[in-house]
Design a protein around this ligand. Structure first.
Ligand code: HEM
Length: 412
């Protein structure tokens, strides 16, 4: 057996089994200070010299609450991408501070108004029913491809108003753009994957920019039309901002929700007593069950911040220019906040997890939508396929960012 490592900057850390990583986080939480991890610079792919790991719940919450000191600029990605990526793709609002971030968030929040969400809910129910129709007709073996991967992308396309004839193109580019998962040992392979990934993202941006132009001339009742037309305050997205927003939605709202759904089926299968409890009164238990799935799975394991001035965080001194990693995956298992943190308890309440980010201006814009997606798909599955359960262990792709599930066998 290979020796284990506690070095969060080493890709080997993220390929270890989840229980080995969780034990390492527990040790890091016991240290008096956040530990520093040095990072190698990789030309063209990665800049930066290292980061302090914020592993305790209190530290993640506190840094999220102080966005002017713990800045999202120039990037929250881990490792930090080189400057050329921002020049090519434009900046996403997740990588911006206020006031630029606040302006964009105000505009795109139109996607998440009660009216828009009510419309999305109808599409969501229809898509969930179609997915289960297909499962019954084809009897597929992989839950990720057959169910978890299909719903979130369909919901985002419905929201944006992507016409039917463009959807297979969107699916193709999204599949290519997510092949590169953030940790690779072989630099040449990483570069090749990075180029494929980048060109897929550019194709997605071009596709939505073309659609935006069409909708500016012939508006329709969809989000792209709403975003490219000025509202009462005269605010609207430029073509480049529209492109960045679409790719942000596809990155932020697609893999995350798909992984939450896949982890959800696995968790409810390996904890049959929790599944039984959920099914005994679905409407009563599903709201807390969804929060517990997101806490336990933590689909996004970390985001970064850059320190803008010398400061103190819960007694730890940081210097201007330091980088910190907000390790949601560790904060969500902090025993000083969660009783029996490794247990999967669908009745856990309160459940102040940071799976959707800490409290602050970047708190997940799609949290409500993600909760609805998980609620609707499990209702449809458990109603029409009452025997559904995961078979075998989930396959996890190597990543220091997504707690991904590449494949999950299932039966019903
Ligand atoms: C279980 C599913 C999801 C998880 C775990 C998740 C997690 C997160 C986290 C941790 C952040 C915080 C980023 C930060 O603080 O820097 C975030 C932000 C964001 N999420 Fe989600 N997300 C999910 C689903 C969605 C969905 C369905 C959408 C939209 C379709 C979405 C859109 C966004 C956007 C636009 C942001 C950036 C907000 C901002 O910078 O103001 N997310 N998400």
């Amino acid at each position: 057996m290979n020796p284990t490592t506690d070095d969060l900057a080493d890709l080997a850390f993220w390929t270890q089994p989840p229980q080995v990583r969780l034990a390492a986080f527990a040790r890091l939480r016991e240290l008096p200070e956040p530990r520093f991890f040095a990072e190698r610079r990789v030309p063209l792919l990665r800049s930066g010299t290292g980061f302090h790991a914020l592993v305790r719940h209190a530290d993640v919450v506190e840094a999220s609450r102080r966005p002017t000191v713990f800045s999202s600029e120039p990037s929250v990605s881990s490792p930090q991408p080189p400057g050329w990526v921002r020049h090519v793709f434009g900046e996403a609002m997740v990588d911006m501070d206020d006031p630029r971030h606040a302006r964009l968030r105000r505009i795109v929040a139109r996607a998440f108004t009660p009216r828009m969400l009510a419309k999305t809910e109808e599409d969501l129910r229809r898509t969930a029913a179609e997915i289960v129709d297909d499962v019954l007709a084809r009897r597929p073996r992989d839950f990720v491809a057959a169910v978890a991967a299909r719903l979130p992308i369909a919901v985002i396309c419905d929201m944006m108003g992507i016409p039917g004839e463009l959807r297979s193109e969107v699916h193709r580019h999204v599949d290519t753009s997510t092949e590169y998962s953030g940790v690779r040992s072989d630099v040449l392979r990483a570069l090749r994957m990075g180029v494929r990934n980048a060109s897929a993202l550019m194709s997605l941006q071009r596709l939505v920019i073309r659609l935006g132009r069409r909708r500016r001339d012939e508006p329709s009742d969809d989000l792209v039309s709403a975003l490219v037309h000025a509202n009462v305050d005269g605010e609207r997205l430029t073509a480049r901002e529209l492109g960045s927003f679409f790719t942000l939605l596809l990155v932020a709202g697609n893999e995350t929700t798909r992984n939450a759904i896949a982890h959800g089926l696995h968790l409810l299968s390996v904890h049959p007593e929790q599944r039984e409890l959920l099914l005994s009164d679905y409407d009563r238990h599903i709201p807390t069950a969804v929060e517990e799935i997101v806490r336990h799975a933590t689909p996004i394991m970390q985001f970064r911040r850059t320190v803008t001035e010398d400061c103190d965080l819960n007694g730890h001194a940081f210097r201007r220019g330091d980088r910190v990693a907000l390790l949601y995956v560790s904060a969500n298992r902090d025993g000083s906040v969660f009783t029996a943190p490794d247990a999967f308890d669908i009745t856990r309440s309160p459940n102040p997890h940071v799976g959707f980010g800490g409290p602050g201006p970047h708190f997940c814009l799609g949290a409500h939508l993600a909760r609805r997606e998980i609620t609707v798909i499990f209702r449809e599955l458990f109603t029409r396929l009452p025997g559904i359960r995961a078979v075998g262990e989930p396959e996890h792709p190597p990543s220091n960012f997504d707690n991904g599930v590449r494949r999950l066998g299932f039966d019903f």
